[in-house]
Design a protein around this ligand. Structure first.
Ligand code: ZN
Length: 279
């Protein structure tokens, strides 16, 4: 297995920024010049994972957002492929990856684009696309003037959108609308991966509903995984192809082999948050 360093540690960049108060180029892909490995990300290629080809398109090349992105991600193709593998490993078991029983994504078109949103995934396997807003990069820069913050956002958003490419879709579970099981699962699993990887700023919070999606559902999935089964999220993803009519209670009963309903699990989860004072 090859080990690659795809980007430099960011502590180094932060130290430079403290002294110069300007955004300076701190990234040099593939080689870490920092003597400390504390913040260095080591990535091991999985020989069983079929890397998608990456078509990187820059539609806003004269912008500050584009410059910032490339300063922090100097090899987008390798970077996106790395995150694709990491996501696959978060929502599929090693055996599923070896057996090729995962969403067959052959190509990811990644576009830096100037628009008012943040990021979005479109298309379906075998070819998906992800748009990422250069305006959003600039806004993040304006509010932080800190490469670490921008990098944190680029990486967190990328995890989230790639999950949308690799995750299964629950059948007969409603539509993509807050409050529907479909929405809760789709947006919850995407934020679960981002949370587990440590690239989400939002904290766990009391209240809400399991079909609110995003962090509300994401932290709930993390709680179920931490409480019951390290493979919970992988099994939950797989439940989408095992259940003809997907709903949370059926999926949880299948995955956790228990009789509890979604309401009971949610109540347990709310009590867990209260007890742990993590609100
Ligand atoms: Zn999403």
């Amino acid at each position: 297995m090859k080990t690659k360093l795809l980007h430099k540690p960011l502590i180094f960049g932060l130290l430079i920024l403290v002294f110069s108060c300007t955004a300076v180029s701190t990234n040099d892909t593939n080689i870490s010049k920092n003597s400390s490995n504390e913040n260095t990300e080591i990535f091991e290629e999985n020989p069983h994972f079929v890397k998608p080809t990456i078509d990187f398109i820059n539609e806003d090349s004269s912008s500050q957002g584009h410059k910032i992105y490339h300063r922090l991600v100097t090899n987008p193709t390798a970077y996106i492929q790395q995150h694709a593998q990491e996501v696959a490993e978060m929502i599929y078991t090693p055996k599923e990856i070896i057996d090729g029983e995962i969403q067959p994504i052959k190509k990811i078109t990644y576009t830096l684009k100037r628009y008012d949103g943040i990021s979005e995934k479109y298309g379906a396997p075998p070819a998906i696309g992800i748009k990422f807003s250069t305006k959003h990069i600039e806004k993040t820069f304006e509010s932080s003037h800190n490469d670490d913050s921008i990098y944190f956002e680029i990486k967190g958003v990328l995890y989230h959108e790639i999950v949308h490419g690799y995750q299964y879709e629950p059948k007969n579970a409603g539509v993509y609308k807050k409050g529907d099981d479909f929405f809760g699962f789709i947006e919850g699993l995407a934020d679960y991966v981002r949370i587990e990887k440590g690239y989400h700023k939002r904290k766990i919070k009391l209240g809400g509903h399991w079909n609110d999606g995003y962090t509300t559902s994401g932290y709930f999935i993390k709680y179920l995984k931490d409480t019951y089964d390290p493979d919970f999220a992988r099994k939950l993803n797989r439940s989408c192809i095992l259940l003809e009519n997907w709903d949370w209670t059926s999926a949880l009963q299948l995955v956790l082999e228990s009789d509890k309903t979604i309401d009971e699990h949610w109540e347990d989860y709310q009590n867990y948050i209260k007890e742990n004072k993590t609100v």
